[in-house]
Ligand binder design. Structure first.
Ligand SMILES: O=C(O)CCC(=O)C(=O)O
Ligand SMILES: [Fe+2]
Length: 288
């Protein structure tokens, strides 16, 4: 197995990994992921069982709900796909067409996700990743002062119709299951100990700030965090699997002609921890 940088420290590719991996190899992968939040495994041959077993070594898996988009027989695998068979969608269409981190709208967001490419369109459908560590470091002292110790509100209820206009509106029960959540804007990564700017498309307000001012600062942070200098564009090759760290990186799927081409991807999702405020006393930093 060889690890080669793709863009600074942020993204790297792993060549020659064969599953299953032994403990020593897995430890190398884990260390590589801590250093490179976006890890691209090239030419990975894996069955759904192997995908699940490999991801589970990083921690407990999350089962996406409702189960309608999961691979039959494999609830741990979420299908991102525009493919239909017999008039039935095999997965979620247009998932993640907008900057976000997975699970940012939940009290316990997901630590990481691993997306595997099984069918790709000839053009479009790249995935963009934005480096939250680099964005945080690049903030001016003035903006850092403004967000220090503050949390942002992430609201599925307020923004569902904005981000998912093609999906049915939330029912009262959905809303009860997805109440607004508040997360620190300066987020300490539990393993690296580094601070990332934590923002995404479900953010809408900042605690302790008048509504207008908070909404304006959220928009400014959303735009700042995805400036081109922080972004890695992943151009998928067949059988790439990308493991990304939702605690310090946003991602965004880009459009493709989904009336004409097929794009079929399988994703496993890691459970996470409640985001930690960077200004809170450092906990002992566990090594991975
Ligand atoms: O399809 C993609 O490129 C990414 C979709 C997404 O946001 C996800 O799978 O979490
Ligand atoms: Fe996503």
């Amino acid at each position: 197995m060889v690890v080669r940088p793709l863009q600074g420290e942020f993204a790297a590719e792993v060549i020659g990994l064969r599953l299953p991996v032994d403990d020593a190899t897995f430890r190398d992968v884990e260390l590589a992921w801590l250093r490179h939040p976006i890890l691209v495994f090239r030419d990975l041959q894996m069955t759904p069982q192997q995908h699940i077993a490999f991801t589970r070594r990083f921690g407990p898996l999350h089962i996406m709900e409702p189960l309608q988009y999961n691979l039959p027989g494999y609830p741990e695998i979420f299908v991102v796909s525009n493919v239909e068979e017999g008039g039935k969608a095999l997965g979620m269409k247009r998932a993640g067409w907008g900057w976000h981190t997975d699970g940012e709208d939940k009290a316990i967001p997901n630590a990481g996700s691993m997306l595997y490419a099984l069918e790709l369109p000839p053009e479009g459908g790249d995935t963009l990743y934005a480096d939250g560590y680099a964005a945080y470091e690049a903030l001016s002292a003035d903006v850092k002062d403004k967000i220090r110790g503050r949390r942002a509100c992430f609201s599925r209820i307020k923004l569902h119709h904005v981000h998912y206009p093609h999906l049915p509106a939330l029912t009262e029960e959905d809303k009860r299951k997805r109440p607004d959540v508040w997360h620190p804007l300066e987020r300490r990564h539990p393993k690296s100990g580094r601070t990332a700017l934590y923002i995404g498309r479900w953010a809408c307000a900042i605690e302790g700030m008048p509504e207008d001012e908070g909404a304006q600062l959220v928009r400014w942070l959303q735009e700042f965090s995805v400036r081109p200098e922080f972004v890695y564009r992943h151009r998928w090759r067949l059988h790439d699997a990308v493991l990304w760290d939702n605690r310090c990186a946003q991602h965004c799927a880009t459009p493709f002609d989904d009336a004409k081409y097929r794009r079929h991807m399988l994703r496993t999702t890691l459970e996470g921890d409640a985001p930690m405020m960077a200004t809170s006393p450092a906990r002992s930093l566990a090594s991975p």
